[in-house]
Design a protein around this ligand. Structure first.
Ligand SMILES: [Zn+2]
Length: 154
């Protein structure tokens, strides 16, 4: 909320103004196009685990974010990569592992969240005995990824 001077009466007191709290008119599309159902979406399986995209510009045209679920099997790692056009936020639903960020290592376990800035080389290594399950979010509906190596066991 901002305050502005009352020019009408030239008073010396200020009036509260909440102009930025007003709703902005939107071009809301059909609400049905804003909903996805993970039970109806494909799961991309790989040697290291799986990825499932829940929201992006392809699934929900106009989306400004990408959201997905990932599973990383015990003893596996995903390929080192970076995202040139967006940052990534990863929330650990279960499991434990080591996340690399430009060669530096951060320990992660269930309940932790990590933010990976755009352009930072990273990957996740499952160091536990159970699958890592994560929710991933990206600050673009059209997430770009550049892979720097191949997936393999750690
Ligand atoms: Zn990533």
């Amino acid at each position: 909320m901002t305050r502005m001077f009352c020019w009408t009466c030239l008073c010396l007191f200020v009036l509260p103004v909440a102009a930025e709290d007003k709703p902005v008119p939107s071009n809301l599309p059909d609400p049905a196009t804003l909903v996805t159902d993970s039970a109806q979406l494909p799961v991309d399986k790989s040697t290291w685990g799986s990825l499932q995209w829940l929201c992006n510009d392809k699934l929900s045209p106009g989306a400004l974010q990408t959201v997905g679920l990932a599973v990383l099997l015990p003893g596996q790692r995903n390929p080192v990569h970076f995202h040139p056009n967006c940052e990534e936020v990863l929330y650990m639903l279960s499991g434990q592992g080591q996340h690399t960020l430009d060669g530096r290592v951060v320990e992660l376990k269930a309940g932790m969240t990590i933010r990976i800035p755009a352009g930072v080389k990273h990957n996740l290594i499952n160091t536990g005995k159970e699958p890592i399950r994560t929710v991933m979010a990206f600050s673009s509906g059209d997430r770009k990824t550049v892979f720097l190596d191949q997936p393999s066991t750690k």
